[in-house]
Design a protein around this ligand. Sequence first.
Ligand code: GLN
Length: 200
Amino acid sequence: MNRSAEASGPVVGVLALQGAFSTHLERLAALGVDARLVKQPEHLDGVDALILPGGESTTMSMLLDTSGLRDPLSDLLGDGMPVFGTCAGMILCASNVLDGRPDQHGFDLIDITVRRNGYGRQLDSFETDLDIVGLDTPFHAVFIRAPRVERVGVAVEVLAEHDGIPVLVRDGTCTVAAFHPELTHDTRLHELFVAQLTGN
Ligand code: GLN
């Protein structure tokens, strides 16, 4: 992305109710992307795309209600605003969630079934190098109490797998990762997300 494209480039909002939002902001800043934190409905003004970060999906679900963000976000995302959901953000985008709390609700944006904390206790956290469609070299991925993808719909593209299980998937403008791409200094997945917005 050149500097003039940066100046007039897309604005990426990072949902900042809870969790690992500030590191997403750092990665976007490193790419020269105009990024801002979204904590209340007014912060959505002028936002072209959204990142839903990792953290705790049950808490985020509750805070979506108390902040008043659930309805405006549902409308924008339902209308096709590009979104990148990571870890808890993947859970918030999934059509089906297993082992969720009965009172947690997401945005139903991508036809996948995920199991919360599905990697089990001894593997609550692990790191691994992933081959990812669209990247020339492996991406170091950090999994923290990650959701496990148990089913992907026919329209869903699998961009990366770990041990035969999809961990990065996309359907149109919705991309979701079971891991935390913001926790390393590798900005390539953020770059791919932003490139989708600018057509670069
Ligand atoms: N286990 C968390 C949840 O259910 C997700 C973990 C994460 O985002 N690192 O939301």
